[in-house]
Design a protein around this ligand. Structure first.
Ligand code: 5GP
Length: 362
């Protein structure tokens, strides 16, 4: 495990609320239990359950959202999630979250995102580069390990970029509001739009106008695609030519052909796919075929908290399930730099980080 932990890594598919620590969720549930808002013992069981169907996962998200409905809590979770990824040597994190509106507590989609950005600023354990001008602060090979001249200890640095998610329950207008917010927040590291949420809810055509607008305005797009069998939707999503897609579990022959001919990078979430039973076992996981075909792909966590995983664990699982060695996994992590939504300056800094780490590989 140490091998995968110490290797620099790029995380491109992580949902903020799905990445919250169990310990934090339990603490929040206890507080709401004491206030009589929920029954703690019922909720504790749901949080600690390890195997969940895709349907149960979305029920859990509804519960998590009850626990995290507060600006301060969003800030805390963001801070913890970034610290957790940085602690396992993730050098670039693209964190996605659905901006939420809650009139009863004066939360708007904008104030929700402000709380997320506060969380990025609140991180003290590592240096977080999330503003677009942060590149000016220090580029080059050593930017991931800045030396603190006061006490001589090395400080880690993590690049964070944000994707705003459109939930499949949303209307066209609500999706458009999210895209407009993303455009306003580009200077604080928002680089793209994700379409996620329960895959059996909503129609592709509902989100298309907002996604088209996002693209016209220069935002990058990633789509949750093929989590359930739906050939019409999968075909339309691929024809849209998103910069990346997530999952690609329920593809048929035609859809694989299309994906490969369009060369769209795939965010692979092994544990998530197995836990939710979207893929029956790693032996039949599409990672193997895509890897063999040299199709662009990247290993991701999806929801570290919900699926009790980490990016290092996903690398370890890939190593043992698909017989990959340390160098192959390092190369897999390195390849992901080419699929990030951040600008070329960040990309070239990341390339340097991997070049430097490659020299230390034995
Ligand atoms: P949030 O956007 O609240 O920060 O993160 C949780 C949300 O991400 C969930 O409510 C859901 O909309 C989305 N999400 C998390 N994991 C998955 C997944 O595996 N598939 C899909 N389609 N959506 C997910």
């Amino acid at each position: 495990m140490e091998t995968y932990q110490s290797m620099p890594k790029v995380e491109l598919h992580a949902h903020l609320n799905g990445s919250a620590r169990d310990s934090t969720l339990l603490e929040l549930a206890r507080v709401l239990g004491e206030k009589g808002v929920i029954v703690f013992s019922d909720v504790e069981h749901v949080i600690m359950k390890s195997d969940r169907s895709l349907h149960e996962v979305f029920k859990l998200f509804d519960l998590i959202h009850i626990l995290t409905t507060d600006h301060k809590i969003i800030t805390r979770i963001t801070k913890e999630v970034v610290e957790d990824f940085a602690s396992e040597n993730v050098v670039y994190l693209e964190l996605r979250t659905t901006p939420k509106k809650n009139d009863s507590i004066g939360m708007t989609k904008c104030s929700y995102m402000e709380a997320v950005i506060e969380g990025l600023k609140a991180v003290t354990a590592v240096d977080v580069a999330f503003m677009t001008h942060d590149m000016d602060a220090g580029t080059g090979v050593d930017s991931v390990l800045l030396t603190d001249t006061c006490n001589g200890t090395a400080r880690k640095k993590i690049y964070v970029r944000l994707l705003l998610s459109i939930d499949r329950r949303e209307t066209t207008e609500a999706a458009m509001e999210t895209v407009k917010l993303a455009l306003e927040l580009r200077h604080v590291g928002v680089v793209g739009i994700d379409l996620s949420g329960n895959p059996i809810v909503g129609e592709w055509t509902t989100f298309l106008p907002a996604l088209k607008f996002a693209r016209e305005q220069g935002l990058c797009i990633t789509l949750h695609c093929g989590e359930v069998p739906n050939p019409t939707e999968i075909g339309s999503m691929l024809d849209f030519l998103p910069q990346r897609i997530g999952h690609a579990c329920c593809f048929e022959e035609e859809e694989w052909k299309k994906l490969k001919s369009f060369n769209i990078p795939v965010e692979i979430c092994l544990t998530s796919n197995i836990r939710t039973n979207t893929i029956s076992s790693l032996d039949v996981h599409h990672f193997a075929d895509l890897y063999k075909a040299k199709h662009p792909l990247t290993l991701c966590t999806d929801d570290v908290g919900v699926f009790s995983t980490s990016l290092s664990s996903e690398y370890k699982i890939a190593a043992s399930a698909f017989g990959l060695g340390k160098r192959e996994l390092f190369q897999l992590a390195r390849n992901a730099v080419e699929f990030v939504f951040a600008d070329d300056l960040v990309k070239s800094d990341l390339r340097e980080i991997f070049n430097s780490a490659a020299k230390r590989l034995d």
